[in-house]
Design a protein around this ligand. Sequence first.
Ligand code: ATP
Ligand code: MG
Length: 267
Amino acid sequence: MPIHPVEPVGPAGPAGRAPAPAVPAPARAARPAPAPHEPLPDGADLLTATGLRKSFGPTTALDGASLSVAPGELLAVMGASGSGKSTLLHCLAGITRPDGGTVSYRGQDLAGLSDSRRSALRRSEFGFLFQFGQLVPELSCLENVALPLRLAGLRRRRAEDQAWEWLERLEVADAAAKRPGEMSGGQGQRVAVARALVTGPRVVFADEPTGSLDSLNGERVLQLLRRAAKDSAAAVVLVTHEPRVAAYADREVVVRDGRTRDLGAGR
Ligand SMILES: Nc1ncnc2c1ncn2[C@@H]1O[C@H](COP(=O)(O)OP(=O)(O)OP(=O)(O)O)[C@@H](O)[C@H]1O
Ligand SMILES: [Mg+2]
């Protein structure tokens, strides 16, 4: 599911550090860049889910799932296939509306927000990372990472400068001009991590982000994700069924038959 709305942002020209060709400003009114985050009161949780229930027809996906994540924390959500991990992640991110229970972000109940307010929240405060990266195939890596900033109203040059910094941080700047189809899976996932973090989200939702990679590439992506998220004090909710991946987390929660159990500290 594409999370960031995909809009053309000008021709997919060659990316790199050569001066970007002048592109007309986006047709619609530019939104201001995200405001700096307000500090949370000491000890307050960033995101809390309580008693979540969700069914799809006769299938119960969530049956009273609860969890919370603190600022800067990397939380692993483990569990067997079909246990409800992705459904839980989608409810936490305000993508899926639960049948019961509450999700509260910075003390605000997501159910109380209008659809447009919830989408704005997803755009400005949340970052997303999926198993197959879901980069836009027609855009270069640099343009893919710059895209969320362009959608937030930044001019092309500024957006691409910031995108470039993130590609460097994720050690994949040499692939900036390539399109996603021209890269390895590991490179693609590093670009996807850069895109998830470029807007300075408070929470990154990652669903099996290394599921398509071999263990060496997977570990590298996890190390870079962990370091980048810690550097920018972003919380990460990392869904995985691999204990090896969960070892990168500060804390682990297991989902079983739609219910959660906190296993405490990870590494
Ligand atoms: N959109 C949907 N329509 C119908 N059933 C669904 C839907 N989404 C999830 N389910 C069902 O809900 C249950 C939980 O699914 P979910 O995708 O959350 O599991 P998961 O733990 O993420 O599994 P996996 O590790 O395989 O990704 C499963 O039985 C699944 O078939
Ligand atoms: Mg899943």
